[in-house]
Each structure stands twice: as structure tokens, then as C-alpha cells.
Design a protein around this ligand. Structure first.
Ligand code: IPM
Ligand code: MN
Length: 356
């Protein structure tokens, strides 16, 4: 089969890790007889430098014309002084909106070989965990009305959390459908003891749950969820939540797997076209050193094969090769503990390729 993939390398370590994932995709194409045709587009700081804006129309059009998008990371200190509407992060938000990607899936599971890199107590790490955060991605406070104004006590600023029933319904459905393919449990996270938008969230999720009688549903306040996630992550299967709560909880969930350098994510809408990216950022501190961990991006490419192209065997092959590499003790700096020897980005990629 033939697939058009848009590559948005972005900034910082973005280009290094996307190139690693492309090497893996190319080997998959060789082994399984597919053809991946890549087109590269600028976004984030790289696009600001070239075009003056973080998300050029050409990038949006290119992504819309592709079968799927692989993104590295955007942002860095060089662009910190950009006005808010022109910050590199706007590129990601703009792409999510332009491609209608309302679902963000962020799986977090402990790789047995990395249990000793987990920051939780050894007995909790030993229990293992395997959860997926289903984060709403194109609504809520990220896209609500915002501004500055003169208030009673002088200048003030505001951002608005607003969710429509339609937005909650469609993301809740994704969560329940995801649960049906897993351990049939959804924990929906909100702040319904304080926020009206959360009360609507809860009511709506309750209603959708009726269509999935086999799935157990639990509601949890976000503060409690943040605590339960480090107390006993094995409690969670599918975690359904809003844009901002999902942003926060997914960083927390990633760190307890051992490293944020391990976690892939997929953003999907109502078509098979998705945007796949590691959940970590552009890591300016290690850019150009050749030491970034490419695994999250390589696993994001695997998710693309699975979710956008339906290539499950190929996706399994990548995931197994990553597992095998870790089981064989190969470590990048971010996942090495107790003075284990480390490899750089290119060597880690070579090791994974060798196990494909
Ligand atoms: C993420 C990132 C983005 C977000 C930023 C870069 C806008 O933190 O994908 O988690 O907040 O969604
Ligand atoms: Mn984030």
C-alpha cells in the first residue's frame, strides 16, 4: 500500500527524533512492501524564522492533503519573546483545530524492563500499570474566550472553560469505545464540585455510559485523580478528561512510566487522518547533542500505522522491536539508572532497526 505522510519536524530535538522514526518507517516499508511518501512542512519556531508565523497556510494545506501527520516538537527559548498569538505552541493548537482532531489518546504503561526507572515506590512499580488518557483536544479553556480588561482592582486577565454537550458526547463515546477494546473501565475526571462546565461534563458522560452497559464508569475529581495516579496507577484503564486536565495528568502519567521520552500520542478526528507526536517537548537543553530518546516518536509512528492505516502487524513489529531493545538493556540517557551505559539517538534507532 501507498501512504502520504506529512512530516512536521518542528524545533529543538524535533528533527532528530522525526528522522529516527522515518528510518524505522522506511524499514517497515521494505519488509512489508509498502510505500511511504513523505512531504516536509515547517511549523513552530522554524516557521516563524522562515515565514514570520508559526503555522503557515502551506503547512495546514499539506497536512490536510496527507494521509497522516508525524510531528516532532515545537518551541524553544529563541521564540519566547514572540507575542502570544505568534508563539510556536500556536502551531500545534492551530493544527489540532484545522484538522478537527478532537481526540487525544495518550497511552501510559510501564515497560517491565524500565520498572527500575519508575519514580514510584518499587512495590507500586512492580504491580505495573497500563492506562490510556483520552483527552478532549479542541475545546475547553484552550480555545475559550480570553482577554485582558480593566477590573475593579485594576488590570486583569481571563480565560474561559466552555464545553458544549456535542463536544463532551463525542469524546465520551471515544473513551467508552476504547474501553470496550481494553479492560472495560472508564474513570471520567472533572471538577464537578466547583465548575459548571464539569457538571455538564459529568451529566453528559453519564448519559453516554448508558449505551455501554458493559463498561464500568467512575467519576473522580481532578485533584483526587492526580493523587490516585501516583498512589495506585494500576487502578486506571481508560481515563476520560478535558483538554487542560488531560494536559496536566498526561505529564504526570508519563513520568511514572520511567521517562516522558517514552510516550507516544495520537490525535484523531472523524476521519482516519491523525496527527502523531511524542508527548514530550522540543528539549532545547539537549538539542543537537544526539542524545535525545527517539522511542516516543518511533512509537508514535507505530500508532499511526495502527490507527490511521490499519497496519496492525507492522505496528506490533515496531512495538516488539522497542520492547526487545529495552529488554536487551539498551538505554538512552533519560532512562538509564545507576550508571547504566547509554546510547545516543542514532544508536538507539540502529538497535531498534536491528530487531525489526
Ligand atoms: C501537549 C503540549 C501542548 C498542550 C502545548 C505545546 C500547546 O503541552 O501536547 O501536551 O498543552 O496541549
Ligand atoms: Mn502537555
Amino acid at each position: 500500500m501507498k501512504y502520504n505522510i506529512a512530516l512536521v519536524r518542528g524545533d529543538g530535538i524535533g528533527p532528530e527524533i522525526v528522522d529516527s522514526a522515518v528510518r524505522v518507517l522506511d524499514k517497515i516499508a521494505d519488509i512489508y512492501g509498502h510505500e511511504f511518501i513523505y512531504s516536509s512542512y515547517l511549523a513552530g519556531g522554524a516557521a516563524i524564522d522562515e515565514f514570520g508565523v508559526p503555522l503557515p497556510q502551506e503547512t495546514i494545506d499539506g497536512c490536510l492533503a496527507s494521509d497522516s501527520v508525524l510531528l516532532g516538537a515545537v518551541g524553544g527559548p529563541k521564540w519566547d519573546d514572540q507575542p502570544p498569538a505568534n508563539r510556536p505552541e500556536r502551531a500545534i493548537l492551530g493544527l489540532r483545530a484545522a484538522l478537527g482532531l478532537f481526540t487525544n489518546l495518550r497511552p501510559a504503561k510501564i515497560f517491565p524492563a524500565l520498572a527500575n526507572a519508575c519514580t514510584l515506590r518499587p512495590d507500586i512499580a512492580a504491580r505495573g500499570f497500563d492506562l490510556v488518557i483520552v483527552r478532549e483536544l479542541t475545546g475547553g479553556i484552550y480555545f475559550g474566550e480570553r482577554g485582558r480588561r480593566e477590573g475593579a482592582n485594576g488590570p486583569e486577565a481571563y480565560d474561559t472553560e466552555c464545553y458544549s454537550v456535542m463536544e463532551i458526547e463525542r469524546i465520551a463515546k471515544v473513551a467508552f469505545e476504547t474501553a470496550m477494546k481494553r479492560r472495560k473501565s472508564v474513570v471520567s475526571i472533572d471538577k464537578a464540585n466547583v465548575l459548571e462546565s464539569s457538571r455538564l461534563w459529568r451529566e453528559t458522560v453519564e448519559r453516554i455510559a448508558k449505551d455501554f452497559p458493559e463498561v464500568s464508569l467512575e467519576h473522580m475529581y481532578v485533584d483526587n485523580a492526580a493523587m490516585q495516579l501516583v498512589r495506585d496507577p494500576s487502578h486506571f484503564d481508560v481515563v476520560l478528561t478535558s483538554n487542560i486536565f488531560g494536559d496536566i495528568l498526561s505529564d504526570e502519567a508519563s513520568q511514572i512510566t520511567g521517562s516522558i521520552g517514552m510516550l507516544a500520542s495520537s490525535s484523531l478526528g472523524s476521519t482516519s487522518r491523525g496527527l502523531y507526536e511524542p508527548i514530550h517537548g522540543s528539549a532545547p537543553d539537549i538539542t543537537g547533542k544526539g542524545i535525545a530518546n527517539p522511542i516516543a516518536t518511533i512509537l508514535s509512528a507505530a500508532m499511526m500505522l495502527r490507527f490511521s492505516f490499519g497496519l496492525n502487524v507492522e505496528a506490533d513489529a515496531i512495538e516488539n522491536a522497542v520492547n526487545q531493545t529495552l529488554n536487551d538493556g539498551i538505554r538512552s540517557a533519560d532512562i538509564a539508572v545507576n550508571g547504566q551505559p547509554t546510547v545516543g539517538t542514532a544508536e538507539m534507532t540502529d538497535e531498534i532497526l536491528a530487531r525489526l
